[in-house]
Design a protein around this ligand. Sequence first.
Ligand SMILES: [Zn+2]
Length: 337
Amino acid sequence: MPVATRGALKLLDASDLDWLRPEVLLANTYHLMLRPGAQLIEEMGGIHRFSGWEGPYLSDSGGYQVFSLSPQVDAEGASFKSVYDGSLLRLTPASAVEAQERIGADIAMCLDVCSALPAERGSLEADMERTLVWAGRCQAAHRRGDQALFGVVQGGTDLGLRARCAKQLVEMGFDGYGIGGLSVGESRPEMLSALAATLEVLPEDQPRYLMGVGDPLSLVEAISMGVDMFDCVLPTRLARHGVALSWEGRLRLRAARFARQAEPIEADCSCVVCARYSRAYLRHLLCVGEPTGGRLLSLHNLWWTGALVRSARAAIVEGSLAGLVGRVRRAWGSAEA
Ligand SMILES: [Zn+2]
């Protein structure tokens, strides 16, 4: 899922989505509830009509952003200051669900408590227990029959807590399951163990969504473990910093070595950018600060990431996923992204 933070992929619009065809687009509830407001989006017909894109949307709960603002958290919710005007606001399980119902995405997420890592087991457990209580409140508050609701597994890097949280959420019964609180500073082996402990419990026949992870190696490794959904700002954020994703790894296109390269970012990439523009031209746009440079790289990076996931799906069917994971590992080395 590409991330349309404020209801748009940065530098792109819905006509780009017509050919990018992401299976789902993520919109951030935190940003949309502050500007323009969930009620306004509802009045304008919901996020699909408002943004001009009729494909599937997932909204997050707003929790991840709120928890990154060091909010005052109590048993009922979190109080925080708006980044826009400093006003004091409150997010509770019920208000997170209400905002998401008004925004009207196809998939809504339960409000969870994301533990900052590293953390003591006691604090991980308290956050996980609160996540479970809040999941129950979100489920009770959720009214829209045309909107799926996903639970979110927490528990940090503690395998027992991960398994317990996943088991209880499955007993409560959600339409799908997010795996939150990973890739937030823990080591790679710790992340993969926590992921494995979670996936062991979550049902294979329901969507399993690894939240906020999207570097190429993590994508294919997690897919090979059984993850179905991802979101990440990486493709568009790197693009705006002049970095193209490729089978050579990251290409920092501002580098002087690209100045006279007539070939596209990647010869066998089937995106509109690689069909038309040279590395030399893209480098020029980036070096002189033309916004089109970041826009074209965003298009390529999103297409490239989507193509990687489609390759993984084909490889699963052909039984050759291990080969693909090896190829990505050789190209991308450590998952540093
Ligand atoms: Zn391309």
